[in-house]
Design a binder for this molecule. Structure first.
Ligand SMILES: Cc1cc2nc3c(=O)[nH]c(=O)nc-3n(C[C@H](O)[C@H](O)[C@H](O)COP(=O)(O)O)c2cc1C
Length: 148
């Protein structure tokens, strides 16, 4: 059995992380994920990543093993891992959300301080935050998210 899973993890950028790196990560994700049946949302803000991955359990596990070894980030923490009935991010091979003036309130809603610190999110908070950011991106038609 290979059930449908949603996994959410957070990590911190590596010290040598450059502006081109996030675009490379997105391009790679959008190239690889469709053939693997994977969908998701990547949030990049304040030097942290928060990513949801949805798809077959075996594929999620294999991808996360690869992502863990990626030198562009560090301190990865699995926040949420659960079998699901349906996807929340099914329209995006990898949607992309940055913090902007328009969604800043949503970041603050789930943070202890003004700075985004996703490593400390609970499973439920991580899932709601990503769900709300996705909904907001859909409403404003954010190009970065819908180009996924
Ligand atoms: C935060 C983060 C998220 C990533 N997400 C994905 C992803 O969704 N899909 C993917 O194929 N690679 C992702 N990667 C890249 C992988 O670590 C790895 O570089 C890539 O899968 C290698 O693919 P390639 O052999 O086609 O170059 C991610 C990397 C980081 C740092």
């Amino acid at each position: 059995m290979d059930p449908l899973i949603r996994m959410i993890y957070a990590s911190r950028i590596a010290p040598n992380f450059g502006p081109a790196d996030v675009h490379d990560i997105l391009n790679t994700s959008r190239r690889n994920n469709p053939a693997l049946g994977l969908t998701g949302l990547l949030v990049f803000a304040d030097g942290y990543f928060l990513q949801a991955l949805e798809g077959a359990r075996s594929r999620i596990n294999a991808l996360y093993t690869r992502i863990l070894r990626d030198p562009r980030h560090t301190d990865s923490v699995i926040l949420h891992y659960h079998d699901i009935d349906r996807r929340l991010f099914g329209e995006w091979s990898m949607g992309y959300v940055l913090s902007t003036d328009k969604n800043r309130a949503l970041f603050l809603a789930y943070s202890l301080e003004a700075r985004f610190s996703p490593l400390e999110l609970s499973a439920a908070a991580a899932e709601s935050m990503l769900g709300e950011l996705a909904e907001h991106a859909r409403q404003i038609g954010a190009a970065s998210a819908t180009a996924g």
